[in-house]
Design a binder for this molecule. Structure first.
Ligand code: 8YV
Length: 318
């Protein structure tokens, strides 16, 4: 296709060069994230009516005012599984298909969750610093906590939660909390605080929805207790971050390992300063292999759209 015959797409965040090349072979790309607000407004006034696709990350989504400013928008292709930053009702009303990349990142997110559990309890980042900073010859570091034999709680037993639970079985008994019991052998708790009270390590793996907003609150953290650990690979919005920060500072819980935050890329200073935390910058799906698989699925959905078919992993309309 020649440049000016290709449809126009807005790219809302950076992707790998290979993914950008694939999208660029199919669309004229507007690199939206590189423009300031004034430039965006000018560009929209001139070109907004020609935009057919938005390509974005799960952590970015598509702001509703932007969706509303694109009358010919037909598809929002998310490079991720989270769709909490897209108003699906608005998209549906506007006839916009919203696609995600389910399945292909499940293993990576579950693997990172296990890595965070072990890193947190065994204090692997602190141990690394102990060696690197030359502290070892001066003395041993403080003892860590044992992982095997701990009781694990998984908050949200969807595809990712289940993959985490399966891996955790190798370490100790697993229980879970979800909207309703599932046909699994793990102990079920209807209430997050009850799950926290029955867990040494609580792993948050639920989707961010209005129902899960702030689900892990001060009460859940108190129930987890001074010997309890929290791990979050879901979304920052599922946890009351102020309550968590306080709980970490005051020793209400033993520690937290977090890949996601309420206002990324901002991380509260107190969480950064604390020795009770292990922090990663939203990298659960961030491997070469998985990002390639995600890119392939994004492009396959765009190809479906361009061919006039239903995109293969479009979300159901609400
Ligand atoms: C990605 C994610 O970090 O799947 C999601 O919803 O948040 C992550 O996999 C992000 O979407 C990459 O674009």
């Amino acid at each position: 296709m020649e440049g000016d015959q290709k449809p126009l797409a807005l790219q809302l965040c950076p992707f790998s060069p290979a993914m950008e090349a694939e999208i660029g072979a199919r669309f004229v790309i507007e690199r939206w994230f590189e423009r300031n607000e004034g430039e965006q407004a000018d560009w929209l006034a001139e070109n907004g009516a020609r935009v057919r696709a938005v390509v974005t990350g799960g952590h970015i989504g598509c702001p509703s005012p932007l969706m509303e400013a694109l009358p010919e928008l037909a598809i929002i292709a998310i490079n991720g599984v989270g769709f909490d930053k897209v108003d699906l009702t608005l998209a549906s009303a506007r006839g916009v298909a919203v696609t995600t990349t389910p399945g292909v990142l499940t293993d990576d997110v579950a693997d990172l969750a296990i890595g965070l559990v072990v890193a947190l309890l065994r204090r692997i980042p602190a141990a690394d610093v102990h060696v690197r900073k030359g502290l070892w010859p001066k003395g041993d570091m403080a003892l860590a906590r044992k992982v095997s034999g701990k009781r694990f709680g998984v908050l949200g037993l969807g595809q990712i939660g289940m993959a985490i639970a399966r891996r955790l079985e190798a370490f100790g008994p697993v229980a879970y909390c979800d909207a309703a019991p599932k046909s699994v052998d793990y102990a079920y708790h209807a209430d997050p605080a009850a799950l926290a009270a029955a867990s040494d390590v609580l792993v948050v793996a639920c989707a961010a929805t209005p129902a899960t907003q702030g689900l892990v609150d001060a009460g859940v953290l108190e129930a987890l207790g001074a010997d309890g650990y929290l791990v979050n690979v879901a979304r920052g919005s599922v946890i009351d971050e102020r309550a968590l920060t306080r709980a970490v500072e005051e020793g209400v819980i033993a520690g937290a390992a977090l890949d996601v935050f309420a206002r990324e890329p901002h991380v509260p200073d107190a969480l950064i300063a604390s020795e009770r935390t292990v922090l990663t910058p939203h990298v659960a799906s961030g491997t070469v292999e998985t990002r390639q698989a995600m890119a392939d699925l994004v492009v396959a959905n765009l190809d479906d759209f361009l061919a006039g078919s239903a995109p293969r992993t479009a979300l159901p309309r609400p």
